[in-house]
Design a protein around this ligand. Structure first.
Ligand SMILES: C[S@@+](CC[C@H](N)C(=O)[O-])C[C@H]1O[C@@H](n2cnc3c(N)ncnc32)[C@H](O)[C@@H]1O
Length: 295
């Protein structure tokens, strides 16, 4: 098939339209059993063509062009090898903002928007000081600072590359002047009693025995440091909640995202460390996802 770009098990015609490429890629993704073949195909064809996904659908009759076809073949091959769409694009959307990704940062998940929503509802009226533990791409802190123009905050992560990426994301989203990023092992790097109004964290919480059973997209492409919560998945909560009271200003709140079935043990753990359980928030699927404590 000379002149055609191979995309096992279909071929893309470099002289074809965007619509034909979309159908070919969508079909290949569906045959490969990917979860969302239509959505993934639309995002990748739009990226290859250099247009927004919404614009793509209005211009399906336009030729895709040889360069874009070659780009698309590369993207499709990566997706067929189970690389997530956001890794292929190198950026992800969270809270309506764009976040650049690095190999050391987790792809932000929609569930984590529940943490942003909960924290915003609990933020004090005065200019809040925020601490985001395990900041990764910086998505939680940056979303909070974008919503609260009077707030300032620190994002902390053990990964230097994550902190660098988060700093860039803060700048790119216009909140860089109110965000600082610190490399450290949970709270060890912070001065005693800094008095934060909001402490937020989406720590690693997968029990280590469950890691091999995760989807290939997650297992092979998200950093293990962002996932591995130790033997019972609760190691990070032990470290964070032990310092919780010292970190909070009077009236401050600490909100952590938890995995399925972890809300109760995490609530108990917080109370063991002298925190007061305030409330639970559920994600869009109704799963208890955020545990909130006060001092
Ligand atoms: C589940 S990811 C969350 C990333 C980001 N906040 C989000 O919601 O997408 C957990 C983050 O905690 C960081 N982390 C893991 N162990 C840590 C430690 N001991 N101290 C500080 N950060 C740590 C990881 O590098 C990772 O970025």
């Amino acid at each position: 098939m000379t002149g055609h770009v191979a995309l096992d098990p279909v071929a893309l015609d470099p002289g074809g339209t965007r619509g034909a490429a979309l159908a070919a890629v969508r079909g290949a993704f569906a045959r490969a059993g990917l979860d969302e073949p239509a959505l993934d195909a639309r995002i990748l064809v739009a990226e290859a063509a250099g247009v927004r996904p919404g614009v793509l659908l209005a211009e399906l009759e336009r030729p895709l062009g040889a360069d874009a076809t070659a780009r698309l073949a590369g993207f499709a091959a990566r997706r067929l090898a189970h690389e997530p769409v956001w890794r292929i694009l190198g950026e992800a959307e969270f809270w309506g903002l764009r976040f650049r990704l690095a190999p050391q940062t987790l792809v932000p998940r929609p569930d984590t928007e529940t943490l942003v929503e909960t924290a915003l509802a609990l933020a004090p009226g005065r200019a809040p000081r925020i601490l985001d533990l395990g900041t990764g791409s910086g998505c939680i802190l940056v979303a909070l600072l974008a919503e609260r123009r009077d707030a300032s905050g620190i994002g902390l992560d053990r990964s230097e590359e994550a902190c660098r990426t988060a700093r860039e994301n803060a700048r790119a989203n216009g909140v860089g002047d109110r965000a600082a990023f610190v490399v450290g092992d949970w709270t060890g790097a912070l001065a005693p009693a800094p008095g934060f109004d909001l402490v937020v964290s989406n720590p690693p919480y997968i029990p280590e025995g469950d890691l091999p059973g995760l989807a290939r997209e997650v297992r092979a492409h998200d950093p293990v440091r962002a996932l591995d919560g130790g033997a019972d998945g609760l190691d990070a909560y032990r470290a964070i909640l032990a310092r919780g009271r010292d970190l909070l200003a009077p009236g401050g709140v600490l909100a952590v995202e938890v995995g399925i079935g972890q809300a109760e043990p995490v609530s108990r753990l917080g109370e063991t460390h002298g925190l007061v359980f305030l409330r639970l928030a559920r994600d869009l699927a109704g799963i208890p996802r955020i545990v909130v404590f006060g001092r």
